[in-house]
Ligand binder design. Structure first.
Ligand code: LER
Ligand code: MN
Length: 272
């Protein structure tokens, strides 16, 4: 069964990013719960930004689970990536994500590697960058498995990363480097930019898709852009996707309206 999810970012410096909620944790949980969301995806400044026991009490109170935790703050706040030419920075990046994996595992939630993957930067060959990315993912995939959770790699659009931009290139990369403990995130906003045919890509890479970021072509909540969601939803049902469609979309025009639009679209495409 496909489940609904809304993102909550708890990092004030990036509150204008693509998150449905970006203010108080409890108020966000209360609102998501009142609309009937199944889960939330958390974006925190670090692995110890939230107290685990207290967070579990809130999740229980509002009958929500955590679908996934994002690791992007490692890049946004600390400038860490898995492909930085400086070995000490790559090691810190791996440490930051490993801690996020342990944090997520307290809630049985997988961790997402999006912007922490980095880029092929000037002075470094593409082969070298891919090697570093593979080494990081292999190590972190084992760490996730040891904690009983999945690790999710997210191909980003070309304006955010020059490493891997499509689901198919990502599947090939995981195969070539024999990275077995990592699955993929299908972010509908990035896919709208990079994929020739979003539904066809989902059908071709279905076995690898562990999580979906649910946003329209302009990254507003689904229903505010021109992505053909009927085809996307049909493809997700055809691959028997049973994970979350998690609204990583701008809080447009405001968090509450964005959450309401998202749950309405979720029902429209996945509850019929
Ligand atoms: C992260 O999930 C993502 O999609 C990136 O665009 C960072 O915002
Ligand atoms: Mn995303």
């Amino acid at each position: 069964m496909i489940k609904s999810c809304a993102t909550i970012a708890l990092v004030p410096s990036i509150k204008l990013g693509p998150w449905i909620y970006w203010d108080d944790l409890e108020q966000s949980l209360a609102h998501a719960s009142s609309l009937g969301f199944d889960a939330v995806e958390l974006f925190t400044a670090s692995a110890n930004a939230l107290e685990v026991a207290a967070t579990k009490v809130l999740l229980e109170k509002y009958k929500l689970s955590i679908a996934a935790v994002g690791s992007g703050a490692g890049k946004v706040i600390h400038g860490l990536t898995l492909t930085d030419p400086d070995e000490a920075i790559r090691e810190k990046a791996i440490g930051f994500i490993a801690d996020m994996i342990s944090f997520g595992a307290s809630f049985n939630a997988p961790t997402i590697i999006g912007s922490m993957q980095g880029n092929v930067v000037a002075g470094v060959s593409r082969d070298q960058s891919m090697q570093w990315l593979a080494e990081g993912l292999i190590y972190l995939g084992k760490h996730a498995s040891a904690h009983g959770v999945k690790l999710i790699y997210e191909p980003l659009n070309r304006y955010e990363s020059n490493l891997l931009n499509t689901l198919e290139d990502s599947v090939q990369f995981l195969k070539i480097f024999q990275i077995k403990q990592v699955g993929l995130l299908a972010d509908l906003f990035h896919m709208n930019i990079e994929e020739a045919d979003m539904a066809a890509s989902i059908l071709a890479c279905g076995d690898s898709i562990l999580h979906v970021h649910f946003a329209d072509s302009n990254r507003r909540p689904v229903g505010n852009g021109h992505t053909n969601l009927s085809e996307v939803a049909k493809a997700l049902k055809e691959i028997n996707y049973d994970g979350f469609v998690s609204a990583e979309a701008f809080a447009w025009p405001n968090p509450h309206a964005a959450a309401e639009q998202t749950i309405q679209s979720f029902k429209q495409y996945f509850k019929i």
